[in-house]
Every structure is written in C-alpha cells, then in structure tokens.
Design a protein around this ligand. Sequence first.
Ligand SMILES: NC(=O)c1ccc[n+]([C@@H]2O[C@H](COP(=O)([O-])OP(=O)(O)OC[C@H]3O[C@@H](n4cnc5c(N)ncnc54)[C@H](O)[C@@H]3O)[C@@H](O)[C@H]2O)c1
Length: 257
Amino acid sequence: MGILQDKHVLVTGVTLDTSIAYAVADIARQEGANVVISAAGRALRLATKVARRLDPDIPVIELDVTDETHLAGLPAALEPHFGDRLDGVVHSIAFAHPERALGGNFLSTQWDDVATALHVSAYSLKSLTMAARPMLGRGSSVVGLTFDAQVSWPSYDWMGVAKSALESTSRYLARYLGPDGIRSNIVAAGPIDTIAKQAIPGANSFNDIWAERAPLGWDAKDAKPAARAVVALLSDWFPATTGEMIHVDGGLHSTGA
Ligand SMILES: NC(=O)c1ccc[n+]([C@@H]2O[C@H](COP(=O)([O-])OP(=O)(O)OC[C@H]3O[C@@H](n4cnc5c(N)ncnc54)[C@H](O)[C@@H]3O)[C@@H](O)[C@H]2O)c1
C-alpha cells in the first residue's frame, strides 16, 4: 500500500515530462493516489499528450489560475473524478515575462509585469486553494513549489519577489486553514531543467552554483527528489506540519559559501 493510497490529488502545472508536476503526478500515482492533472492555455494540448504516458485514462482538465470562470468551475470539473472530496492540491505554477521581469532588468520593470508575476505565481496559491476549498477537509494538504526566495539570486529578479509572496501566502493559508485541519507547505527545489527555468535568461548559472556548493551534489535533470518531497507532504506522514518550507536542494541552503 502506498503513502497516498486512495487519496484524491489535483496536480497543476504539467506541460512536458520535464515539468516537476509530471514527476509529482507519476510518483503520486505509484503511491496509490487517484490523480487529476490540470493545465492552462497552450500547455493543455501538450499536457494531455504527456499525461497519456502515465495512464491513457488520466483526466486532464483546463485550469488557468487567472481565469475566474475556471476557478469557480473547479469543484464541478473535479466532481466526476473525485466526488466531493479532494485530499491534495499541488500548485506547480509560475510565470513572469522573461525579458521584462527577469534576467537583470529588475530596476526598470514596470508594475504591469510585476502584477502578472505576482498574480500567476503567488496570489494563485490562495485563489487555487479557495477554489478547491469546498472539497477540502480535515487531513487535506496543499503543496507549492518555490526557488528559495529568502535570498536574492542572479537573473531571478521579480520571480524572486513573487516567490517570497508565494512562501508568505502559504504561511497565511496555514494560519487560516489550520483550524479546519488543512495543511499548507512549500518545497524549495534546487534548479531543474524545465521550460520555466529555460525561460529565465542566465538561469544556467544556477547549475554551476549548485555543482560547486551543494553538499550532496545536484542533478538538474532529475525532478524526482523534489517530487518525492511534494508527495510526502501530501501524505499522512506530515500530519502536524504546516506553514513549513522544506528544502530539496542537495543542502545548498545550509552553506554560506
Ligand atoms: N525548474 C526549476 O528550477 C524550479 C526550481 C524551484 C521551483 N520551481 C517551481 O516549480 C514550479 C513548476 O515549474 P517547472 O520548473 O516544473 O516548469 P514548467 O514550465 O514545466 O511548469 C510551470 C507551469 O506553470 C503553468 N502556468 C503558467 N501560467 C499559468 C496560469 N495562468 N494558470 C495555470 N498554470 C499556469 C505552465 O503552463 C506550466 O505547466 C513553478 O512554481 C516553478 O517556479 C522550479
């Protein structure tokens, strides 16, 4: 029996098989979960295609976290697969304009681009959780993904600010939903070679930083360590943990230089 046996889990943010969310969906299923995948916009077609590799029958629904109609329709979209119970929500979503909000233009980025980054990458943790709220109950778990925003990084710019907001949003969700037995946690992953990472000009320097400094070493081609931590946080093995951020970064965060 797996650690997510018979749990109902929504995994957002699948585009390709390199997506961290794809590895989460894969491992969650191996651990016994029933998984629904969601994707947005142009990613929907690609997600539907790669999801078939996991299971030809895996449900894939459309969910753009900035679309109020999609959010309002989430329980109805999940109902045929899960009934009225959702045990886990994985938020694996981020976007900022690559040229205007990332890559060294921090000082000249305009509010519109900052607002987009914050809306899609941080506020959406709250809107997604509240869209799912009618189906969440005691023991349900929400997990998001960050690139540790307690410090600044080269090129990461306004996504770093958005990740700080995401990390803080998770702590407030933990505060407000804890009394109902719903947990909210974040996994801070090291660099993984996905589409989102490739969109950050200069992000390959992260791989060099990790190669030099991570005590355990780091494989940027392998999303499984981060995905396993997400699955663990979805499970009943972290029943008293909320508002937490767990680093899955080969230990880099613990080093000073
Ligand atoms: N790749 C890394 O190095 C790394 C490291 C730490 C954290 N993360 C975080 O992991 C998460 C997943 O990213 P990834 O690296 O797997 O890349 P990815 O490109 O595979 O996934 C990002 C997903 O966000 C989705 N998305 C963008 N706008 C959306 C919207 N409006 N509504 C719904 N979905 C939307 C995209 O469709 C895509 O599926 C992100 O939060 C990212 O910041 C990534």
